[in-house]
Write a protein of this length. Structure first.
Length: 116
């Protein structure tokens, strides 16, 4: 399995709101496999291109809208099946999204995974 490098994960994909808590926003721009590897690497710790070690996170919040929901669920399930973390909370919603002059609902999922 190819290794996910720290430089592959963009600032848009991940934000650290508080120390030890990471938010990962999943889109359809990257493959499901990429997000699975990224989620696993957050719990094992990764090394960036300069050789700096990034510490493992304690809590990973994975969220996605619409077609990216499958990738969110796959990443959370992979982390749990590997024994790296446990799914603590699954939250679904249907927020209104504005597209031009029309407003439509869009499915959203947020999964909170805690480190074991």
């Amino acid at each position: 399995m190819a290794e996910v490098k720290a430089e592959d994960i963009t600032k848009e994909d991940v934000t650290e709101s508080t120390p030890g808590v990471m938010d990962m926003k999943v889109t359809t721009k990257k493959s499901t496999g990429f997000y699975i590897k990224a989620a696993k690497s957050f719990f094992t710790g990764i090394e960036d291109k300069d050789g700096n070690k990034k510490e493992p996170v304690n809590v990973l919040n994975i969220s996605g809208l619409g077609d990216s929901i499958n990738s969110v669920v796959a990443a959370a399930a992979a982390v749990e099946s590997e024994g790296l973390g446990t799914i603590k909370k699954i939250e679904t919603s249907y927020p209104d999204m504005k597209s031009g002059a029309t407003t439509r609902g869009c499915p959203r999922i947020a999964v909170t995974v805690n480190k074991k």
